[in-house]
Write a protein that binds this ligand. Structure first.
Ligand code: ZN
Length: 558
């Protein structure tokens, strides 16, 4: 190969510029309409085409037919400009000539007219490297140069330029060249060079070039030599120290299949690679899969994977152990495949809601959604077996356990005075022998009891309390008991279809309506709130006695 590709295929006209169409168009219009400024600033990433554009623009200015956006390429000016030997196009690298003396010399030469062309053009590369004094010395000339002088400044870092410079130039911002544009350009070059390739390999090269065309072409030079005339992804991968795309396929298959053994084996294999490179490759693979709408990944999975990978990158910045970070990433990704989607969770929660808790025995499969309720009342059998293999009595025992867990006093009181009668049509009928203190405790904790009843017997369960005289522990549960008329029955609208739990209307029988200040207030809270009732409560009355209304006047300070 006689010449490196970056030089051989350096664009020589605006239409050959890669990925900077807007800038090429603006500069062409300026040339054709003779609306030229005396100073330009080209900023952008390295390899984005700044210097090439500056040279094309300079040639367009000096061409015999110019200024024109389409230089003739045949006149002496064009020819010498193309060979970088035009006497009136002066290129200067500010990185190596950054001092005030260099700039003084440059300013001195602006005082002499161009030797052959109509303009004298100064291209200053990496202009942000100039010293402050050099910038200051340049200012005056930059503002009012002789009519035959044009400045083209180029920089990768425009933010380092003083505002005084920025305000005196026309600023063109070169954007990063799109990867697809780079790949197309590589294809074009390889076709001209008659070299075979696989497009995937070119994509890997252009990714490694990071949007710099020059870097990418240098890598392409390398790849051509390395692959001996046929550029494949495998060749490029081993040249760049990247993962083979096939390895990535295997890796992701192992993750999706949660094959931890295979992953462990792969982690050992990956130890020879730079962790950051592997992470980048994983991200690139996912990005590619995303755009190709790979059905193996859901949107949620992409989100989780990307999050895990970007978090891993920040771990690398704090110098975490590379191999460990990689292992962590891969195993976190395996875990991520395990997490349910929100829809799945809602689904399972809804199923859970209509199912008795712990109804997970082998027979539960058929009756997952709704608790089948007994058709006929079986008052004589308080321990009737549910279809799930859990008896109502067992559920009731669990309820007692939970109450005891929550509050020993409440639990014991409940067990002593409340007796299970039956659970039918989602109504839990309980016998209560509570009086005085115990009734107060139950009353006070009615919300907790209701919560646990719904927890154990199902969300839509309601409670019916039947008053008995004998304490629960002494009752042998004769069937006839349930048929006894009770004061509560009339108050409880059994036919009411509303979803409210009946405990709202339930008072544990025997509780004194307002024995003390505390219970009085509690009672009114349990009932519907009535403003006048609240005012009559002892709490409020006491409060009104304590606070005497006073009139306070507030005057403005003069
Ligand atoms: Zn020409």
């Amino acid at each position: 190969m006689s010449q490196v590709l970056a030089l051989k295929y350096r664009p020589s006209s605006f239409d050959k510029l890669i990925g900077q169409e807007a800038i090429a168009q603006t500069l062409s219009l300026a040339l054709n309409q003779d609306r030229l400024s005396h100073a330009y600033l080209f900023s952008g990433l390295r390899g984005s085409g700044k210097t090439s554009t500056a040279r094309i623009f300079a040639k367009a200015l000096v061409c015999e037919n110019g200024p024109t956006s389409t230089p003739c390429e045949t006149c002496e000016h064009c020819l010498s400009a193309n060979e970088n030997r035009h006497i009136d196009i002066i290129e200067m690298d500010a990185a190596s000539n950054r001092g005030i003396d260099d700039i003084r010399e440059l300013i001195e030469s602006t005082k002499y007219k161009p030797s052959s062309a109509r303009f004298k053009i100064f291209i200053i590369d990496e202009v942000h490297m100039l010293t402050t004094q050099a910038f200051n010395a340049l200012l005056k000339t930059l503002e009012e140069p002789p009519s035959y002088v044009k400045f083209i400044l180029a920089t990768t870092d425009p933010l380092k330029l003083p505002a005084t410079i920025l305000s005196r130039v026309q600023h063109f911002r070169f954007k990063q060249i799109k990867q697809s544009d780079v790949v197309n350009h590589l294809c074009h070059i390889l076709n001209l060079e008659n070299i075979e390739y696989e497009k995937e390999a070119l994509e890997m090269i252009s990714r490694a070039g990071n949007g710099s065309l020059r870097d990418t072409l240098t890598l392409l030079d390398q790849a051509i030599i390395f692959s001996k005339g046929y550029i494949t992804p495998e060749n490029v991968a081993s040249m760049l120290g990247l993962l083979d795309p096939k390895q990535l396929d295997i890796l992701f298959t192992a993750i999706l299949n949660r094959n931890k053994l295979e992953l462990l084996a792969m982690i050992k294999e990956l130890e020879s690679y730079e962790c950051e490179v592997v992470l980048d490759e994983l991200i690139a693979y996912l990005k590619n899969a995303f755009f190709e709408q790979d059905r193996r990944f859901s949107t949620l999975l992409y989100e989780r994977f990307f999050k895990i990978l970007s978090e891993a990158k920040s771990l690398l910045y704090i110098n975490a152990d590379n191999g460990f970070v990689l292992s962590l990433v891969l195993f976190k990704m395996v875990e991520a495949t395990n997490i349910k989607t929100i829809e799945e969770m809602i689904d399972s929660l809804e199923k859970e809601k209509f199912r008795l808790p712990a109804a997970t025995t082998e027979s539960s499969e058929q009756h997952e959604e709704v608790v089948p309720l007994k058709e006929t009342p079986k008052e004589t059998e308080p321990t009737s077996v549910q279809d799930h293999g859990v008896t109502d009595a067992q559920l009731y025992a669990r309820l007692c356990e939970k109450l005891l867990d929550r509050n020993v006093e409440l639990g014991e009181c409940f067990q002593k005075h409340i007796r299970f009668e039956r659970f039918q049509d989602r109504v839990l009928t309980l016998n209560s022998s509570a009086k005085d203190e115990s009734a107060k405790i139950l009353k006070h904790n009615s919300a907790i009891i209701r919560h646990f009843v719904q927890d154990v017997f199902g969300f839509e369960s309601q409670i019916k309390i039947v008053k008995t005289d004998a304490p629960a522990t002494q009752i042998a549960a004769p069937a006839s008991l349930t048929h006894e008329p009770s004061a509560m029955l009339e108050d409880l609208p059994l036919e009411d279809d509303s979803n409210y739990s009946m405990i709202e209307n339930t008072t544990f029988e025997g509780a004194p309506q307002s024995e003390s200040c505390a219970t009085g207030a509690m009672m009114s809270m349990q009932k519907e709130l009535d403003a006048t009732e609240i005012l009559n409560t002892p709490f409020v009355q006491k409060a009104t006695d304590l606070f005497v209304a006073q009139k306070i006047q507030i005057r403005q300070k003069v």
